[in-house]
Design a protein around this ligand. Sequence first.
Ligand SMILES: [Zn+2]
Length: 441
Amino acid sequence: MDPRRSLVFALALPSHRESGPPSLPVEVRALQADFRLLVNLCLREAIATNVTSRGKLSRFARSRALELRVTGPIGVAASEIALGLAAGHRKRLRRGIVARVPYVRTPFVRLPRTCFHFDPDTGKLRLSLRRGEWSSVTLAVSDHHRRVLADPRHRLTQMHVGPRGAVAIYARTPEPEYAPTSLVALDTNERSLDGVRVTSEGPAFVRILFPELRAIQAIHFERRRFLAHKKANDRRVGRVLLGREGRRERHRIRSRLHVITRSIIEQLATERAALVLEDLTGLPQPRRRGIYRKGSGGPLRSRTFRRRLSHWPQGELHRQLTYKAQDRGVPILWMSPYRTSRTCPRCGELSEHRSRVGPRFECRACGWTLDRQLNAGVNLGLAALRSTAGLGGLRLDPDALSDDAVSPLYPTAQHRRAREERTGREGEDRRRPPETAMPPI
Ligand SMILES: [Zn+2]
């Protein structure tokens, strides 16, 4: 399925004859109430009968929609929302989280493509209530909205109308995947992506540094610890504050990752390069299972290390790279990370255990030595060239690489320090005007 994106619209302000905040017409509010009821009915049905198939639940939804005098496609849209909520509920139960059956409180309506018509020029959104019966809502449309909707790669698929505005959901047709002429293999690490770039002119090391992610995580960890300590006697307030702190951290990390991944993918697309990454999906999840050394029965690393590992946003990094690559037509090759950091790329010698590799990889058989993370990237590149016939023109000879020439590729993602966070004391300094700012009289 093509990735879905969304555009948020506010309701247009009422014309000068009316007064007060913008509001929805009565019939639209009635439709929202009916839709909410439909979602809740379908949700109960899905949980009570353990239905997970779209077909079965949509039949139920159509019959209920008929009773409520709402068009069938709207009923089907309600059943799809209910299926998603029911799946989330089952997941929580499976994980042993005590959860009540969800219940939708906010009235809203999700309209499938056949049930609305939107004119971006006037902002007029017409909604089908039932057979032959329409209502309309005016939305505030900006130039950005018009630009996005005029793009031929975008097509509207759904419209979500809530109490204060609407969200247009659209699909974007991805660019067709190109035939790569070069290759960039990257090993995913905590502070960097490291590896090689192989072009027809030969291989070179590349490294994308993002030390600011660790800095952001450290700041928020300290602050969470401070808050937990300060609010130890007030768990209700403590929970709210800690939750807010965690969300803020996630948003900052995510936004940083967007800058990094966008610049990587743009660069790859202009070079017509394929991206090689390690497929980390099969690795044990540190948060759920814990990492244990084989046979020892005890935790492998320190508590601090495990915390850092479980906060490592590699899943999000790979998710962003995947969908952005798909959008720009960049081919991604997923390689197994098995033994990549302890194999010699020159002679194939396998060193014993990863923990003995250290910061530098040293081959006992042939004397090859290289930074461990770059070494893993070289191995990923070699594995990709071995397994992909389409890259036959490219060669990766480890001896052609010179160790001291690591190019910090993708300059836009470089050297961006984490922004200073607010301390809550900025105002004090600003109120006192600096003495030099006074103009001489
Ligand atoms: Zn070797």
